[in-house]
Ligand binder design. Sequence first.
Ligand SMILES: *Cc1c(COP(=O)(O)O)cnc(C)c1O
Length: 496
Amino acid sequence: MTTTGHRGLDHEEPLIFEQDSPGLSGVDLPLPKGGPDRLGGLGRSRPLGLPGMAEPQVVRHFTRISQRNYAIDAGMYPLGSCTMKHNPRLNEKVVRLPGLGDLHPLQPVRTVQGALRLVDTLAHWLKTLCGMPAVALSPAAGAHGELCGLMTIRAAHEARGDARRKVLVPESAHGTNPATAALCGYDVDPIPANDRGRLDLAAFKAKLDGSVAALMLTNPNTCGLFEDQVIEAADLVHRAGGYFYCDGANFNAIVGRVRPGDLGVDAMHINLHKTFSTPHGGGGPGSGPVVLSAALAPYAPVPYVVHDKGGFRLIESDPKAFGRIRAFHGQMGMFVRALSYMMSHGGDGLRQAAEDAVLNANYVMARLGDLLSPAFLGPCMHECLLDDHALKDTGVTTLDIAKALIDEGFHPMTVYFPLVVHGAMLIEPTETESKASVDQFIAAMRALALRAKSGDAEFFHESPTLAPRRRLDETSAARHPVLRWRPPAPPAAAAE
Ligand SMILES: *Cc1c(COP(=O)(O)O)cnc(C)c1O
């Protein structure tokens, strides 16, 4: 440990509140003259508690913590089920054009005709790529899109006077699926996966009756596999009077090759921040439009854009709509970026992206398959799922491999998810990683697998050793978090 806590040029950084110098400020303004408080004239009974800091300190603080942030711009981020891919800079350039970047959602509609046309064009692309007649654009993320889709389904059932209680969700579904169904007030009934990592059709049939409002299926699923009995599943749920909700967060694997509408899907959210490359992470802003079948389209939320003789208009109320899921029309900045991505790729380019994403994942699986253990037979889609069979009796776990990967300069893959396999490692390289970078990742993984098999479990239990923080005691960290940084004590007997 150094005296400062810094290591080389990697600075230890206390929390901003620990750097408080009361009275210090980055701005020099005259004191306001006792007028009414802008926040309602209530007056303040105690200080705001903001840390006192000078401008250079503030700049250093945020610059240092930004350098701690591992990001897709810094290296490969092979998180399964997340599609962490490059965000083209062209998108960023377009979204900052003043005519788009400076818009206000409350501007008169006649002053934003171009923006509404852009929204309408994005809707056209999404409907065309999905082979579906309608899309609700306003949801702010994938999970929000699920909620929008299920509320649309509920409104459609209620319009027929058919209040159904149950949503069937396969065990391989993303965790947000059962959570959304429960939040929407449905009883969630799980369906097991079969030994091919897909929906068990017989188990599904056995649970299907007149109480089922919807099937929620992720396709490609969270094992990275295409649900090859999806058409049968859609037919079955339709015959039982239910709707087919598809989680389309993994659309990156099939866009341009498969149209969900052709598979019998009634509602599917698309994560613009995954498939269409808009920035992703840190809690948003995302965008999760939901494409809808003709049966569900009338119940979609307001507002939505229409085009008639008078130009583009926003429909703000509609008696059939289930209501409104958020203020205004959705994430405009994400719409612009996604459309920029679509138009710069073209239909053929989007298809190529999907094919390359699948190729990269299968390449990883083929190159690791002899040392680690693919969870299922056969090729995968956009992500490759390994289980921990190959680590049996080595004393090394999936978590150990993930921690050692940090020392190799990679963000770990998704671990212990999906739950349907033991010690899962779910790897999604995406199409934007070059062969050289995928090869480097493979080399790191192979070296770690060989080391585990050579009996060097000790090495793994120490990992990571090169990261700013060593391995946490995860139980204590969750139960008794210590959120304050304290400078190390000065060396004991150093007489000054
Ligand atoms: C990411 C993801 C979601 C949730 O999307 P958010 O935008 O994070 O809310 C849902 N399902 C699957 C399969 C996903 O990968």
